[in-house]
Design a protein around this ligand. Structure first.
Ligand code: DOR
Length: 458
């Protein structure tokens, strides 16, 4: 065959890398055109491209999806905004995010969602979807709201964390669970117990008491309640940032209905050390706890109980974090350090590469029913994260794009680093540097989103 006469034009060719596909690790080339993967392996020779990425020595992963970030826009953009948040995402190898509803105003209605979609247009460096908050005032409208274009689903705060979003009574939770069919994402801490126990830490001013205030029982009580209610109502659940050994044991027995997310900080930081070193910078809800919990989370990853790792990127300024505990807000940055930390855990032997891909890309795509994401295969979207598993780097605050400008991992040396990031077939980070491209992130598409009238058909 005359190859020259039959060549076609791709936008990007990735040559010589080790590509993580559903078959395992393969030494193959990848061609991307019009935002999709159009050829793999030998057939790439039929494609020419203006942009060729020489990927020898690199691993090509399906783009990392961070299904839990707080980008604070609108209302709190002194902490973070969509442009800086997504810039941090792509510098950290993340190609898609699900953003949380505890902004100001809260994301409760179609107009709130539309305002976020408008704000992201032309300013988001990666792909995105936005959660609608589930509450007493919009429960009956959730079937329509969760089906809106660009909606990641419904998120419920059972315990108050940051902002005013709260649904803690069984009667309200039942109404929310009854209205809608997509997997419901839950922050499970028991509000009544949290209120009762706050006095324990109010006087001490010691952030190392944070896990005492928001203790294991607070998490377990809420997780048990919501799983019980989901069983009663036949709804699927996604329990966010699971932080205790007891919840993991419970959730392992409910995997038919419930998917499980953990965070890099619960896997990487440990109490009391983190509070001694970092003070309120380590303050997070649910809290970073002692070693036995962290061991249980890693065991749950090994056992396949965990479906997703999401960062819970929740920035506050250093000034806000300097308030005396417990008046300091809970939350830390995480979207940009998610992958570097996990690559370092891979290097340390705690995680295999296929499992890392499962937890950060294929897992979220499966759990949330994302269209065209989560695997490197023909016809899938060309969202790709190229990493050097041997690159050693030190994480520094000055590398962090977040408007809050800090990370709890400042000064940490890690092995494994994102080098190039492609979003919709466009190279947005090349050789660790943001390219001059215009932000072209798009709303994510979901498989099980159907107009309500159609979804009600037999
Ligand atoms: O520590 C936290 N901070 N946990 C959450 O779930 C919310 C968050 C925030 O928005 O700051």
């Amino acid at each position: 065959m005359n190859l020259a006469s039959s060549s076609r034009y791709a936008d990007v060719l990735i040559c010589g890398g080790t590509v993580v596909t559903p078959n395992g690790c393969e030494s193959i080339d990848v061609a991307c055109a019009a935002g999709q993967i159009v050829a793999l392996g030998d057939l790439c020779r039929l494609w020419q491209a203006d942009t060729v990425i020489e990927a020898t020595g690199l691993h090509v992963l399906p783009g990392v999806i961070d299904s839990q970030v707080h980008f604070r826009e609108p209302g709190l953009t002194h902490k973070e905004d969509i442009e800086a948040g997504t810039r941090g995402a792509v510098l950290g190898g993340v190609t898609a995010v699900f953003e949380m509803p505890n902004t100001q105003p809260l994301t409760l209605w179609q107009t709130d969602l539309q305002a976020k979609l408008d704000a992201a247009q032309g300013r988001a460096w990666c792909n995105y979807a936005f959660y609608i908050g589930g509450s007493a005032i919009n429960a009956e409208q959730l079937p329509q709201l969760e089906n809106l274009h660009g909606c990641a689903g419904v998120k419920v705060f059972m315990g108050s964390s940051f902002g005013d979003l709260l649904a803690d009574e069984d009667s309200v939770l039942r109404r929310i669970l009854h209205h809608g069919r997509r997997r419901l994402a839950v922050h499970a801490e028991d509000e009544a117990r949290l209120r009762q126990r706050r006095a324990l830490v109010e006087a001490s001013g010691e952030v190392c008491q944070h896990p005492l205030w928001r203790d294991e029982q607070s998490a377990l009580l809420a997780t048990r309640r919501i799983v019980q209610l989901a069983q009663e109502t036949g709804r699927r659940l996604h329990v966010l940032h699971v932080s205790t050994a007891e919840e993991m044991a419970f959730l392992a027995a409910h995997k038919q209905r419930v998917t499980v997310e953990v965070t890099p900080h619960h896997l990487s930081l440990v109490a009391p050390d983190c509070y001694q070193r970092l003070g309120c910078l380590a303050q997070m809800n649910p809290p970073v706890r002692e070693h036995r919990h962290q061991r249980a989370l890693w065991q749950a990853i090994a056992d396949g109980v965990v479906d997703v790792i999401g960062s819970d990127h929740a920035p506050h300024t250093l000034e806000e974090k300097a308030r005396p505990y417990p008046h300091s807000p809970s939350g830390m940055t995480g979207v940009q350090t998610l992958l570097p930390l996990l690559l370092d855990h891979l290097h340390g032997g705690r995680l295999s590469l296929p499992r890392l891909v499962d937890l950060t890309s294929a897992g979220p795509a499966r759990v949330f029913g994302l269209e065209g994401k989560g695997r490197i295969a023909l016809g899938f979207d060309a969202d790709l994260t190229l990493v050097d598993l041997r690159a050693r780097r030190t994480i520094h605050n000055h590398w962090i794009a977040s408007r809050s400008g800090w990370t709890p991992y400042d000064g940490l040396s890690v092995c494994g680093w994102p080098i190039h990031t492609l979003v919709n077939g466009q190279v947005v980070v090349r050789d660790e540097v943001l390219t001059g491209a215009i932000p072209q992130g798009r709303p994510l598409r979901f498989l099980d989103v159907l107009p309500v009238s159609q979804s009600a058909q037999p």
